[in-house]
Design a protein around this ligand. Structure first.
Ligand code: C2E
Ligand code: MG
Ligand code: MG
Ligand code: MG
Length: 278
């Protein structure tokens, strides 16, 4: 009986594994088609300077609209794209589309910078740099208007390449922000080794910081550390005025969250922030 049970477990294990391989394959086929047919869309979420309450910039967040009017969230397909090696193609598309967005935004009066999320996979070869270089030659002001967010959640397998690429981009003026700070494997050593000028405190620490003493302590210490390292700090996940008030009084530089706006399409963004309602 036990042997039979084990045998069944082994069968289940392999059928799960092959189901997952099928899922991955299907998803990678869909992603390829989506890139070809321009199915992806970029949404924008504003980031405000806490001192003057003006717009510091906006984060660019990818969306994948489906025929039924729903979206597949990046949390799902970005992970798949990292596994299938398609992430670099997505990141390149995001950068090119962000440049188009910038043109429209500047025309409307936007003066901030757009924060583009990169995957740590993008930093593991020089391909991304080779893609960016000609774009800088075309427009040397690009680095004034685009900065990169990298999440340290995924272990960096090729830190030497990542470091040299980040310093090369940094030499052209590009700045880097560590996203989801505090949730990954190596936040503190990244701060020491990489050209980081901004830290985004993960929303999981922000949400309950007014009732959870540990969360408050983590936020407070991150602000202290960032200040000592000359890094600016963004607090993500601001959902109410109490969090806003608390973070302003703690001298957090920038604030982002549903309290101000959810991520919205570029047209809605321009309507909301740059044109008076008629
Ligand atoms: P992230 O970069 O940490 O982005 C912040 C996420 O938190 C976004 O989810 C945003 O919609 C959400 N958010 C912002 N303010 C609030 C708030 O007040 N409350 C709550 N509950 N959530 C808030 P989203 O757009 O689903 O993106 C999820 C993740 O997917 C991003 O996390 C980022 O890691 C990744 N991602 C999104 N777009 C891209 C992209 O173009 N390229 C890459 N490589 N990754 C991306
Ligand atoms: Mg981000
Ligand atoms: Mg984040
Ligand atoms: Mg993230």
């Amino acid at each position: 009986h036990e042997a039979k049970k084990t045998q069944q477990q082994v069968v289940n294990y392999f059928s799960d594994l092959s189901a997952r391989a099928d899922d991955l394959f299907n998803m990678s086929t869909k992603i390829k088609r989506a890139l070809k047919n321009q199915e992806f869309e970029l949404f924008l979420q504003p980031i405000f300077a806490s001192k003057h309450d003006d717009m510091h910039g906006a984060e660019v967040l990818i969306r994948w609209p489906q025929n039924d009017g729903t979206f597949i969230g990046p949390d799902i397909f970005i992970k798949t794209a990292e596994q299938t090696g398609q992430i670099l193609a997505i990141s390149k598309w995001v950068v090119l589309e962000t440049i188009q967005h910038l043109k429209k935004l500047k025309k409307a009066g936007f003066k901030g910078s757009l924060h583009v999320n990169l995957s740590t996979r993008d930093l593991e070869s020089l391909d991304f740099y080779e893609f960016i270089e000609p774009l800088i030659n075309l427009d040397p002001t690009l680095s004034d208007f685009i900065m990169f967010e990298i999440t340290e959640g995924a272990m960096m397998t090729n830190i030497d390449t990542a470091r040299s690429m980040m310093y090369k981009l940094n030499a052209h003026g590009f700045e880097f922000s560590i996203d989801d700070f505090g949730t990954g494997f190596s936040s503190l050593s990244l701060l020491r080794e990489l050209p980081i000028s901004q830290i985004k405190i993960d929303q999981s620490f922000i949400k309950e910081m007014l009732t959870q003493i540990a969360d408050y302590a983590i936020v407070e210490s991150t602000l202290f550390l960032a200040n000592r390292l000359n890094c600016k700090v963004v607090a993500e996940g601001i959902e109410n005025e109490y969090l806003q008030e608390a973070l302003i009084s703690m001298n957090c530089d920038y604030l982002q969250g549903y309290y101000y706006s959810k991520p919205i399409s570029i047209d809605d963004f321009i309507k909301k922030y740059f044109y008076e309602e008629v």
